[in-house]
Design a protein around this ligand. Sequence first.
Ligand SMILES: *Cc1c(COP(=O)(O)O)cnc(C)c1O
Length: 462
Amino acid sequence: MKDTSMKSLPPLFRGGSRLLLEKEVAKRSQSDVQGHDSFFVADLSKILQQHLRWMQYLPFRPFYAVKCNPDPYVIRLLAALGAGFDCASISEIKDVLEVLGDHPGSGSHILFANPCKFSADVRYSAEHDVRMATFDNADELEKMARFHPRCQLLLRLLTDDTGSPFPLGHKYGASLAIVPALLEKARGLQLNVVGVSFHVGSSCYKPDVFRDAIWRSKEAFAIAQGIGYQFTILDIGGGFDDSPVRGSETSIFEQVAGVVRQAIDDYFPVPNRPPGFEVIAEPGRFHVFPSFTYATNIIARRLPSESGYAQQYSSNGEASGTAPLMYYISDGIYGGLANIVADHRSVHPYVVSLGGKFNLTFNRSELEPSSLWGPTCDSVDLVSPRTLLPRGLQIGDWIAFPDMGAYTTCLATKFNGCEAGPVVHATGDGEHGEEVYFALMRFKKDRASDALSKAGVLLAKL
Ligand SMILES: *Cc1c(COP(=O)(O)O)cnc(C)c1O
């Protein structure tokens, strides 16, 4: 059933995402002329599930990093669950205000978490009552004093970023050595610095890096006290990965969460916490990565016997691991699969339909190493050098890529005239799907500032 009662938003399918995916594939397969008809299916219940896991392991308010996936249903659902938002630009602030409503109070759910902001964006954030922002340098303090003097500021600290494939330390963060001078300057400008933030880098796989960052935060709290600031906010940033850990039942998230909770207890022991002490975070990928699946179809093939490359350079081809059975699909790394390059992901597609049939299973003996190529004319547009797919896939058959919710739609380009497909939205199956539906509906009637208490009720019910 398609629900269109949320007027500003696209239709919402009340049901499972797999069913919606198959319906959409069937619809797009009616014509024998193929279009550029890749599409994403969002399963919003997976965002609820991730949020529940987040609150179980890290019971701190998340300010979801909008850059990761700015889909309006994602923003609305997270708002309904009580999350705030980490924005880095006017455009992201607008995306959030579009959902929360542009009224006084909405800005209190936004953290302007970019240490190097455009002045115009700072002025806009002041006009729209955005209450918190980060900084890490002296010029930024001057900018804040001029354009948003009453903003609550978080000092972004430099951390050890060697645990992340995406280190950020050479771009952002103040070292402890310059913290005193920065805070003296802030005081001179009569700015309201209320705490610290850090970002250990995306997909951090070394839990101890968080421990070290929380230790540095404690040092910064002490320096601040010496200068006359009573810090209250510890913002532990983003970078939370959820990959399984080999030889363990847990995921890296659960390990990191354990280390983070312990470090907070060790460095900010309960009896010594300043009044009003609060921990917040800026997760992006954690909340959304499992929620989107990308469906693409095969637009052309090159069989091993036709593969000039493989014939002429088979030794190279084998060495580089690129399988000579080549499928060209309806989108690639310049479109909705941009995370393969930008986010260093490898993909594991599965077959949705073969010869118009769904729900197929294959024996291992029917599978063959295949390479998947995007539709643009750039040879870099390689989606997967080698993945196991059933032999005999034809033009018009569909394959889907799970776990495509993070850093995909937002990074797509129109290179070579190829565009990423649209998103269709499903609440998801079962109890969680229904909870998602009611949370979204309720949110429409509420003002954003009421969302937190409602979210508490929702979470208590589950
Ligand atoms: C990108 C970003 C995040 C989110 O990072 P994830 O790895 O997706 O969790 C959070 N905070 C800031 C400042 C960022 O730039």
